[in-house]
Design a protein around this ligand. Structure first.
Ligand SMILES: C[S@@+](CC[C@H](N)C(=O)[O-])C[C@H]1O[C@@H](n2cnc3c(N)ncnc32)[C@H](O)[C@@H]1O
Length: 350
């Protein structure tokens, strides 16, 4: 329960080694496991129940849920994410987790990539990394791996080069409720783009907002620590993604975050959402999803999406069923990990 969190704010650890956080002791925690929407809506003064940010169990796919069941309780008790950013077809992949905390998603990914794959967790906070590293060998044994396929690196997600991550070396970059905390999102997303191989995927869960938070709330440690006021404003995010090379991105899941009345009263007109977003690093994407008359057919068989693959909220693929797709989606499905599972027809005139 909430007590397991020790009353600390999850989102701006007081032991932070850098990163320009506005405060380390905000007194709130977005991710108390018992912070269900109903209890949040009921209000109350418990600072550990101020949002429903971390009610993510319904978002987990069966394979992810099975992998979570094998995690050490110290890791599950210190989960501070707001989504489940594990795409399908990860076997053999190299995955980097931005802001890995105590390693929850890294240890899930460790099972999904298997012994041929690699997982690197990057975080700036020693106390989080200590838990993750202490349980590395335990998890390898639990998963039946001869050696751990996970590595934890101390570093800033704004500078993955310093963390030793080379250009175009990664298949999938994931992150869970971290990018909202970065004062400047641009270097974080630009680094994700740099380290991805051509055709690689950025797949992350985070807090998004329907409007920009006023400066006063951005500077408020409670709003920041609750992962609210640093949220990515939809249209700024879209512009930023385009600037760094992701011309197009897709929203895979989207749910409202319930906010306790005493905070909600100060953010009138701002709707906070927990979203999972997918972006593929591929040449030729356009700023609009133009229709070139293409059709994609899912052959089926991706682990965790054997018969049905939710590529985005508005594009669900069923095994063997041809579906009209826009040019950007066609490019994404023909890239790297997804290509073996799809047939995509050529572009026609537009
Ligand atoms: C809300 S917690 C999420 C942790 C983890 N992803 C999870 O789901 O449990 C945010 C984490 O991001 C880390 N973090 C925040 N800003 C960072 C930055 N600029 N560079 C590296 N780590 C950062 C914090 O140390 C913390 O562990």
């Amino acid at each position: 329960g909430a007590a397991a969190k020790g009353g600390a704010t999850c989102c701006a650890p007081s032991s932070a080694g850098g990163g320009g956080k506005s405060g380390g002791g905000g007194g709130g925690a977005c991710c108390a496991p018992s912070a269900g929407s109903d209890r949040v809506a009921a209000g109350g003064d418990d600072p550990l129940l101020m949002t429903s940010c971390c009610d993510v169990s319904e978002e987990r796919s069966p394979a992810v849920a099975a992998a979570v069941a094998k995690l050490h309780p110290d890791v599950t008790a210190s989960f501070y994410g707001c989504g489940s950013p594990l795409p399908p077809a990860l076997a053999g992949a190299t995955v980097v987790d931005l802001g890995c905390g105590t390693g929850f998603d890294c240890f899930v990914a460790s099972q999904l990539v298997g012994e041929r794959g690699r997982v690197v967790g990057v975080d700036m906070t020693d106390t989080q990394l200590e838990v993750a590293r202490r349980l590395q060998a335990w998890h390898a044994e639990q998963f039946g791996h001869a050696a751990s396929n996970v590595r934890f690196v101390k570093g800033l997600i704004e500078d993955l080069r310093a963390a030793g991550i080379e250009d175009e070396s990664v298949d999938v970059v994931i992150s869970n409720c971290v990018i909202n905390l970065a004062p400047d999102k641009e270097p974080v997303l630009a680094e994700a783009y740099r380290v991805l191989k051509p055709g690689g995927e950025l797949y992350f869960g985070d807090v998004f907002a329907s409007a920009r938070f006023p400066q006063e709330l951005q500077d408020d440690p409670v709003f920041h620590g609750e992962c609210l006021s640093g949220a990515l404003y939809f249209h700024d995010f879209r512009r930023l993604m385009r600037r760094i090379g992701f011309e197009c991105h897709w929203v895979v899941t989207d749910r409202a975050i319930a906010v306790a009345p005493k905070l909600a009263a100060r953010m009138t007109g701002i709707d906070c959402r927990s979203r999972t977003v997918r972006a593929i690093k591929v040449e030729g994407l356009e700023d609009a999803r133009e229709d070139y008359g293409q059709v994609a057919t899912y052959r089926g068989g991706m682990v965790d999406a054997e018969d049905v693959f939710v590529f985005s909220q508005d594009q669900v693929f069923r095994r063997g069923v041809a579906r009209r797709v826009d040019g950007n989606t066609a490019l994404a499905l023909a890239a790297r990990r997804y290509a073996p599972y799809f047939t995509v027809t050529a572009r026609g005139a537009h």
